[in-house]
Design a protein around this ligand. Structure first.
Ligand SMILES: [Zn+2]
Length: 211
């Protein structure tokens, strides 16, 4: 497959690179899948075995996202479950992004009580959402990923499994092009990134494209 467009997100660090160890399938990306890590720092991803294409780490002091890239944009990564048979997940032209922080209101309140600074993505500060939006704008301009996605972005834990009826069928997933969450991908149970403000995210991404 051709792999059109730039393969490295400008400014992303490549000192946690896993493609040499894990290879991956060549793709032509038309989907971005968003995750939240449910941790407060860059994960080790079991040495890369469960790594996404990119991780965005909030720099709370500088009020910006620090990006790490682990695989080329048009190479499959590894943060989705793929069951035998059924549809393809990681390898179906998907670029995966892990956002460091949580979508879980319970973990959010535990961290807050413990004085552990973090981003709670459903109530993300404007700079954090803007950082994600800029990436989506880039993915749109350079890789033609449509700036649209599913209507339902239910809150965790309702989003776990298919608690809010948000998860796509295999057929819908096979046809999907755009931006979705781990909680929308078939053959998967995880409920991340929960109730992230998707309308605002897309609005900011479109504004970044025009800007
Ligand atoms: Zn996930």
């Amino acid at each position: 497959m051709t792999r059109t467009g730039p393969q490295h997100y400008p400014g992303a660090h490549r000192d946690h690179w896993y493609q040499d160890d894990f290879g991956g399938d060549r793709m032509e990306v038309n989907v971005v899948v968003l995750h939240t890590t449910e941790g407060r720092s860059l994960p080790g991803y079991q040495g890369g075995a469960s790594a996404p294409n990119l991780t965005a780490v909030p720099d709370l002091a500088a009020r910006k996202l620090t990006w790490y890239q682990h695989f080329d944009i048009d190479i499959s990564s590894r943060a989705l479950r793929n069951r035998p048979g059924g549809v393809q997940t990681n390898t179906l032209n998907v670029c995966q992004v892990e956002l460091v922080g949580t979508c879980d209101p319970e973990l959010h309140s535990k961290w807050r009580t413990g004085g552990k600074a973090h981003v709670y993505w459903p109530k993300a500060p404007a700079w954090a959402l803007l950082g994600v939006a800029r990436f989506l704008a880039w993915a749109h301009e350079e890789h033609d990923v449509p700036l649209r996605g599913p209507a339902l972005w239910p809150a965790y834990p309702k989003s776990y499994g298919n608690g809010a009826g948000q998860r796509m069928s295999g057929a819908r997933w096979n046809d999907f092009k755009g931006v979705c969450g781990h909680m929308h991908v078939p053959e998967n149970d995880h409920g991340d990134p929960g109730a992230i403000d998707f309308d605002e995210l897309i609005r900011l991404a479109k504004a970044a494209v025009q800007g």
